[in-house]
Design a protein around this ligand. Structure first.
Ligand code: ADP
Ligand code: MG
Length: 235
């Protein structure tokens, strides 16, 4: 459970069409990549899916149910979690406490402490458990953000540039983490600029350019698509 189906979604800012009839899907057990140049509309699409922005037209369907009119809190209760491009940790709290705050909003509050230990294992940050969030490197902070999203045990996880600022080793560990989340049955949607990570970890890709989906399919196919090459090379 946790399938996502977006159809015909448009968002207009002033006169500017940030999203124009966007359709995309994401399946449980897969990492679905959402890529495209800066300003393409990726974060705006995440806002629409998570309920932070109402589209001017189109539908968002979670698990076969139309949630277009539901607010963000009700979508979260249906199993949706996301991270933001801008980091949103509690800077004065330790890594452990940042995770604990999230786990206490999850499905099994009594086991929150236990859940946090499990997440620290999976993100590989036991050694930083007692460090304040604002003392972390960007790469480590991104891992904590993902850990926080994991703490609510989401069915659908939206990650907005989670690897930005990570070093090579962190990115490698991160790729393994994404794979294991998908293997657990989570639907993972990844917005990411690191093409090495995208190509190695994604099962399917959707490419946004100027508010429109210009290609969808397996990574090997999409990377050879003429429209995708043009969008990235600016031809
Ligand atoms: P991406 O995440 O792919 O870089 P965004 O979704 O952030 O792209 O932005 C898509 C387009 O919408 C850009 O042209 C951006 O300037 C514009 N935009 C995003 N948010 C707003 C907003 N709150 N008000 C006006 N324009 C916005
Ligand atoms: Mg963005």
């Amino acid at each position: 459970m946790g399938s996502l189906e977006v159809s015909g979604v448009s968002v207009v800012f002033g006169g500017h069409r940030a999203l124009d009839g966007v359709g995309m899907t994401a399946e449980p057990g897969q990492v679905t990549g959402l890529i495209g140049p800066n300003g393409a509309g990726k974060s705006t699409l995440f806002d629409v899916v998570s309920g932070l922005r109402r589209p001017s037209s189109g539908r968002v369907v979670l698990d076969g149910r139309d949630v277009t009119r539901l607010g963000p809190a009700r979508r979260a209760r249906r199993g949706l979690a996301r991270t933001f491009q801008r980091l949103e940790l509690f800077g004065r709290l330790t890594v452990r406490d940042n995770l604990l705050v999230a786990a206490e909003m999850g499905p099994d509050r009594r086991l929150a402490g236990h859940a946090v230990t499990g997440i620290l294992d999976r993100i590989g940050l036991h050694h930083l458990a007692d460090t304040c969030a604002d003392e972390l490197s960007t790469g480590a902070a991104r891992l904590v953000e993902v850990g926080r999203a994991m703490a609510v045990r989401p069915k659908l996880l939206l990650l907005d540039e989670p690897a930005a600022g990570q070093d090579g080793e962190e990115t490698e560990r991160f790729a393994a983490l994404l794979r294991s989340l998908a293997d657990d049955g989570t639907t993972v949607v990844l917005v990411e600029h690191d093409m090495g990570l995208v190509m190695s970890v994604c099962d399917r890709l959707h490419v946004l350019d100027l508010g429109k989906i210009i290609a969808s399919g397996p990574p090997e196919e999409v990377r050879r698509d003429a429209r995708v090459l043009a969008a990235y090379l600016g031809e």
